[in-house]
Design a protein around this ligand. Structure first.
Ligand code: 6GU
Length: 228
């Protein structure tokens, strides 16, 4: 998979790709991530990429021309499955969307800034708009990093233990059950007996029941979607 990220602040977004699972996926060539600094496509030598909005109002809007230049160049080089715009006024990211995107070959992610982008960018280029939740961030960079992390870990072979993504929270619309590690007793705090029993069908049943309980308590809205 190849991901092209178009952004005003490449430095803000690079760090999550330099650690842990995502870094390993890049090193194993399971994913390629390219950052494009929108200022390199600016209209003038001062790096102008935004302007006041027509009709008045606070906040600067990213102009269409630098974005058009950048995306058109990428379109000349290869075909893209999706051109995604990160924005709070969009559908919220969930595990299903991450799963679908993880099988894409090439995607572009455009991150907004300031007041957003000229609507004509969205009309002409964008095939999918994604928010990461009902709150506002200063820019789309962190949201793009969140999206990439959620997607990249689902690419086959990225996670060492194949079952580990399958047992994540949300993979089956249930929150993950509690987990424990050594010691079995710490200052009188005990690990549930069943986990030490070696009875794996019983352990699986316990985990499922705990997942349902946890979901009922914290996210009952998820339950009518899952087959419990
Ligand atoms: Cl994608 N962008 C911004 N600026 N804020 C957000 C968001 C995106 N998702 C949630 N809040």
């Amino acid at each position: 998979m190849r991901i092209d990220i178009i952004t005003v602040s490449p430095d803000l977004i690079k760090s999550p790709f330099e650690h842990s699972i995502i870094k390993r996926a890049i090193n194993k060539s399971l994913v390629e991530v390219h950052f494009h600094d929108l200022r390199k496509y600016a209209l003038n030598k001062y790096g102008k990429i935004d302007d006041y909005q027509f009709g008045g109002g606070a906040g600067m809007v990213l102009m269409i021309e630098p974005i058009d230049k950048c995306i058109s160049q990428l379109f000349l080089e290869r075909e893209y499955d999706e051109v995604i715009y990160m924005t709070p006024d969009a559908i919220t990211l969930n595990q299903k969307t991450a799963n679908i995107l993880s099988s894409a070959k090439n995607i572009i992610i455009l991150t907004g800034h300031y007041k957003g982008v000229d609507q004509r960018v969205r009309d002409k280029f964008i095939t999918k708009e994604i928010s990461i939740g009902d709150y506002v961030l200063s820019g789309g960079e962190l949201a793009a990093a969140v999206l990439c992390d959620a997607v990249i870990r689902l690419i086959p072979d990225v996670l060492g233990d194949e079952t580990s993504a399958l047992t994540d929270s949300f993979q089956d619309d249930l929150l993950a059950p509690p987990v424990y590690t050594r010691p079995a007793v710490y200052k009188g705090l005990k690990v549930p007996e069943v986990l030490l029993s070696g009875n794996f069908p019983k352990i699986e049943q316990w985990r499922h029941d705990e997942a349902v309980k946890r979901t009922q308590n914290i996210r009952p809205d998820l339950l009518n979607k899952s087959n419990t």
